[in-house]
Design a protein around this ligand. Structure first.
Ligand code: ASP
Ligand code: MG
Length: 456
């Protein structure tokens, strides 16, 4: 048994879904369970219309709902068997009618609770799972859509719900194990429900999490995350022409990479799989012949100390200086209290005796943060910075990495340095405009020769 998860771009159109069907069909002997995201940008569009409606722009929200309806009809209706088309059409029409009702309700209430956000957001995966199941049947594959809300039982933290594992695992096994022997179950990712049946979501990008939960519950042999890139690469191919595919990477390395900008998958989402030692593969649904990247629990023997170079642009650096002569104890606490209360995550951190430098990428509440910090410190702010991050389990065992790194960067001003506590990454900040040059120089330094076992 394997779990195959297809992200939004992999199911963004009739053509993309047809490709997905062929990919699944070619793997029927492995007993796939399919998990799908909402089609293309559907989740963003749903959330936007919910906000519009609640802000009183009812007609705009309803127009956007109509537009999304048209899109789903246009892409979905060519896919099923002719005799199932009317049924799918009815399903779509009913669901969009319901969604419009919901939007009207939000417009009347004029408020948007996390619970209603989840109700609206859930439509994307509820629709895509039915559409993909119908498309599979349209291509002669016995498939059945399964409503994930019956299987993924969560707590009540709407928009960020956590699965209640014992109950979820029991339901997944009970429902899917018998089914998968006869048909391909198709589940919508991202969505679940509380014990009393109220719709929840697992947080943005949650479909990978669903895939991992399902795979772990069913003891899958492998979890395949089908997306629109060839896997994890040694660097962003838009920056580095000769970026290589990383064939195997440890979970810890993948986690560091995901954190610093490689948007392939969110590390926490594959944790259930990793804990059960189930390999997770990143594969490209546009180029299914490429073997992708395999994420495994343990670190992989590799002659290169660095596995990949990540780069996260659009970073803001804040320098916080203690206004007293010496940094009093409690200083860090007060700083972090501000970030905590302003719900803003800090990425990198470096401290000296009298100052703290840190980076954030979410500047929504920057003014408030700065104002509060200025009550007890001097604050400098610099925008348009970038974090460059070298990742590799071997970094900690290899002497001279820092020297090679900063040697390669000759001429580029390094603004802040942090060697992660994991010793698995070396991160630093440069001006955004210098980032491409920095990444290219480092790639040249660390990947001039590559271990053929690990890279392609
Ligand atoms: N559709 C959801 C999102 O866009 C979940 C996912 O695609 O993983 O966040
Ligand atoms: Mg995704």
């Amino acid at each position: 048994m394997i779990v195959m998860k297809f992200g939004g771009t992999s199911v963004e159109s009739a053509e993309a879904i047809a490709r997905v069907c062929e990919i699944v069909r070619a793997r029927l002997d492995q007993q796939p369970v399919v998990v799908v995201s909402a089609m293309g940008k559907t989740t963003n569009r749903l959330l936007a219309m919910a906000r519009q409606a609640a802000a009183g722009h009812r007609d705009e929200a309803l127009r956007e709902c109509e537009e999304l309806h048209r899109f789903h009809r246009a892409e979905a209706l060519p896919l099923p068997k002719p005799e199932e088309r009317a049924l799918l059409e009815k399903f779509l029409d009913e669901h969009f009618r319901e969604l419009a009702e919901l939007l009207r309700g939000l417009a009347i209430l004029g408020e948007l609770t996390p619970r209603s956000l989840d109700a609206v957001a859930s439509y994307g995966e509820r629709l895509s799972s039915q559409i993909v199941a119908a498309a599979l049947r349209g291509r002669g594959v016995a498939a059945e859509a399964v409503d994930s809300r019956r299987l993924i039982v969560t707590d009540r933290r709407f928009t960020q719900a956590a699965p209640l594992f014992p109950e979820t695992n029991a339901r997944l096994r009970r429902e899917l194990l018998p089914l998968v022997r006869e048909r391909v179950p198709v589940l919508g990712g991202f969505i679940g429900a509380t014990e009393d049946g109220i719709t929840t979501t697992l947080g943005r990008g949650g479909s990978d999490f669903t895939a991992s939960i399902v795979g772990a519950a069913l003891d899958a042999r492998e979890i395949q995350i089908w997306t629109d890139v060839d896997g994890m690469l040694t660097a962003d191919p838009n920056l580095v022409e000769g970026a290589r595919r990383v064939k195997t990477i440890s979970f810890a390395e993948a986690a560091e990479l995901a954190y610093f900008g490689a948007k392939v998958l969110h590390p926490a989402t594959v944790l259930p799989a990793v804990e059960k030692n189930i390999p997770v593969l990143i594969l490209n649904s546009r180029r299914p012949q490429v073997p992708g990247t395999r994420i495994v629990a343990e670190s992989v023997a590799c002659r290169n100390p660095v596995k990949s170079i990540a780069c996260k642009r659009g970073i803001t650096v804040m320098d916080v200086h203690s206004t007293r002569m010496l940094m009093a104890y409690g200083f860090l606490h007060r700083i972090f209290e501000v970030f905590d209360e302003c719900e803003t995550a800090v990425d990198l951190l470096a401290t000296s005796e009298v100052s703290v430098s840190l980076t954030i990428d979410n500047t929504e509440r920057l003014d408030e943060i700065a104002a509060r910090l200025r009550q007890f410190a001097e604050v400098g702010i610099e925008h348009r910075q970038a974090i460059v991050c070298l990742v590799g389990d071997n970094i900690r065992y290899t002497p001279g990495i820092a020297a090679r790194t900063f040697g390669a960067l000759a001429g580029i001003n390094v603004r802040m340095i942090s060697q992660g506590a994991s010793l698995r990454n070396l991160s630093f900040v440069v001006a955004e405009d210098d980032a491409p040059r920095a990444v290219r120089a480092l790639h040249e330094e660390f990947f001039r020769e590559v271990d053929p076992e690990v890279f392609e």
